[in-house]
Design a protein. Sequence first.
Length: 435
Amino acid sequence: MTSQRVIINYFATAGLWTLAAALIWGVNTLFLLDAGLDIFGVFIANAAFTFGSVLFEIPTGVLADTRGRRTSFLLSVAILFASTLAYVGVAEYGGGLIAFCLVSIVMGLGFTFYSGAVEAWLVDALKATDYKGSLDRVFARGSMIVGAAMLVGAVAGGFLGGLDLSYPFIARAALLAVVFALAFWGMHDVGFAPRTIQMAQLPQEIRTVARQSIAFGWGNRSVRLLMAVSFIQFGFLSWGFYAWQPYFLELLGRDAVWVAGVVAALISLSMIAGNMLVDWFSRFCGRRTTMLFWAAAIQTIAAMGVGLAGDFWIAVFCLTIVTGAMGVTGPVKQAYLHQLIPTEQRATVISFDSMMGSAGGIVGQTGLGFLSRARSISDGYVMGGLATIFALPVVLFLRGLGEEGDKFAGTKAGAKSTCAPQGVPAISQMDGSAV
């Protein structure tokens, strides 16, 4: 297998999986409200999904690092297929909040089988095929394809939701069946040797992987700081990504479900634009933390703008700035993280990072969901956006460590960034002095 074929397989797998997932992203909150939940109940159900993600991240990471990344991905698709149909069943038969929470936890399990495994498969396969190109560029282009899939899925989901809010979920299940068939025949572990473990060995394996996650993840200062950024930013984004649906329809003054699909499409376009900017910015910014800092600062200001806008179009514009900044942050953070962790623990540490983000999501969705009911969704955007400002000093401290992985591919040692944050000193790892 050549590097080019690995990259094409990665683009196809990630794109189709995201297309299936995106079919419900523009209507999920509206679907739950239509099923009888209030706005706080919606985010309790979403928090249950995030709790499932936290609960199962390490066990599923164990499977990906033992039985293989392909097996993990196939399990992800199968579980999401079943839980998506179960969501429709709960709404149809009036199962209520508890039933939605239980299904959401299972759906979270499905996503944990995906998180980390496909990225780890890509990086290991590229190493095995002697890939010499930029990993940032592969992730950025992959994110562009994912963004395009989100665009198509969001528009299609909005159209189907205008006919019936259950239709996007049914269409998602059908597409997942196609993804399973394609991955079963086309995705194979390269550069990684799967190994079999018995069920009796699983608890010990989980303890071993947990220790490795702590040693290679939390025990590594740079990885720990990147995880802190995930915790802070995803705490807001996991709420903000779904809260706009009823909020924007309220600002618009119309109960038009198709508008949610159009806005979700604009969000996808903004993320694609952010992905495209990564390659361009990397020509001027020698360090990844430079890009992470400015993207985080812009995201904070724009998130607060969503809540303060008071006008539909201004709020939409601010939200697309938030998601555009996400499009910049995602591939840069991914590439930085992969530079810091060994192959054997790659899927586990990536899953651990995802778990930290999910933990932030539980806090954000519960807290901001309660604030949305007690006050308003607009106040949630202001307070949630304000909270993301704490990511800025974390990024600056990470910058001060001077890790080799902070440099973009091709950056020479000692080269200065032309877009570094001005007037903000970096902190030296050795003595805490400004450098």
